[in-house]
Design a protein around this ligand. Structure first.
Ligand code: NAG
Ligand code: NAG
Ligand code: NAG
Ligand code: NAG
Ligand code: NAG
Ligand code: NAG
Length: 304
């Protein structure tokens, strides 16, 4: 009986002890995730001057409150899976982080991440193939507005679960093959934002019908714009402005009143001929920029 009692109290002690730390069934040491995240925190300094971003509703050093005495699952910006206890989301956007991510970063030892948002910090690094190679479950990746540079590695093609990808406003270059595969083969991808990256590619012919938000402003794209981009079934935002080497023909575009398009920026693309009358069918449209496109004719209501 007393053995049984000892066993129960041991179990109780054990579970109380470990429930105060970050639980993780798949790790031999449950508090690994705490240490990994604290190591990640230590690899940056806080730069308070780096807070003035229009897109950040509030900007503050999220990692300042992270400390050993609390469970990492309760930390600001950290979300754990309720069942496994694994860290599944890291949102340090607008977090005033300054520093670099190297290939030995402890971040890459959190392979269960489904969402990673480091947007609007001053994070640099050019050898980040691990970001893409190590997170096979990643659904949302947001590295926008940082100082990342170099070639986006082909490991990104392993992230087939991605639904949103935002690499905007970094000094990244994306190879043409990778760009085309992202737009064609990623059948779950609904948002792709690559504003101001160097892409230097033409468009692939077949685009994934999952695409809803396509933001490719100033990407040095060239060649002919495929018509079917205008007929993607779920398209809401198409921002292709600032790609003056792209050209297209619009007259055969047949928008109908079911078209969901809300935002259309085709500024500086070279169009030949007239605007299609069906543009009047874009009932959901909130923003239209056709400046510098060389269109002739007037916009008249149609489909009434
Ligand atoms: C640790 O974090 C908790 C809340 O996250 C805070 O209340 C506490 O003061 C912190 N302790 C130290 C030593 O910073
Ligand atoms: C990671 O590597 C860099 C050099 O590439 C080194 O300066 C840094 O100390 C290393 N960090 C860790 C946590 O080992
Ligand atoms: C993740 O990256 C580390 C190096 O930081 C590597 O040792 C490990 O094998 C990688 N894990 C996976 C699942 O790719
Ligand atoms: C990335 O994060 C920034 C800052 O929170 C946000 O404005 C932007 O919409 C995010 N991008 C995506 C694709 O969610
Ligand atoms: C892209 O998708 C096509 C058709 O599904 C497939 O044949 C091809 O192997 C895929 N390419 C890559 C690099 O995954
Ligand atoms: C494009 O898609 C169509 C229909 O989905 C398919 O028949 C065709 O083989 C695809 N072409 C390429 C180059 O993948």
């Amino acid at each position: 009986m007393s053995n049984y009692f000892q066993f129960i109290s041991f179990l109780l002690f054990y579970s109380l002890y470990y429930s105060t730390l970050c639980p993780a069934i798949q790790y031999s040491h449950p508090h690994d995730q705490n240490l990994l995240l604290l190591t990640f925190k230590e690899s940056f300094s806080i730069d308070q001057s780096n807070s003035d971003y229009f897109s950040c509703r509030s900007s503050y050093p999220k990692t300042l409150s992270w400390n050993k005495s609390t469970d990492c699952c309760s930390w600001d910006g950290v979300t754990c899976d309720k069942i496994t206890g694994n860290v599944v989301e890291l949102d340090l956007s607008c977090g005033q982080l300054s520093g670099s991510i190297d290939s030995n970063s402890s971040l890459f030892l959190l392979p269960h991440l489904r969402r990673l948002n480091l947007a609007y910090n001053q994070i640099s690094g050019s050898k980040i193939s691990m970001i893409f190679g190590n997170f096979s479950q990643l659904e949302h990746l947001n590295l926008s507005n940082n100082g990342f540079s170099g070639q986006v590695p082909s490991e990104i093609l392993k992230l087939t679960e991605l639904t949103t990808l935002d690499l905007s406003d970094n000094a990244f270059t994306i190879g043409s093959d990778i760009f085309k595969l992202l737009l064609t083969n990623f059948t779950k991808l609904s948002q792709v934002s690559l504003h101001y990256l160097n892409v230097f590619s033409s468009f692939p012919k077949n685009l994934s019908s999952s695409l809803e938000i396509v933001q490719l402003y100033g990407n040095n794209l060239h060649g002919k714009l495929p018509y079917n981009i205008f007929h993607l079934p779920n398209l809401k935002t198409l921002d292709l402005g600032g790609n003056s080497q792209l050209y297209g023909l619009l007259p055969s575009v047949k928008w109908n009143s079911h078209t969901t398009l809300q935002w259309l920026d085709l500024s500086d693309i070279q169009f030949l001929g007239k605007l299609p009358d069906s543009i009047g069918n874009l009932k959901a449209l909130k923003c239209l920029d056709l400046s510098g496109c060389g269109f002739s004719g007037t916009i008249k209501p149609s489909g009434c």
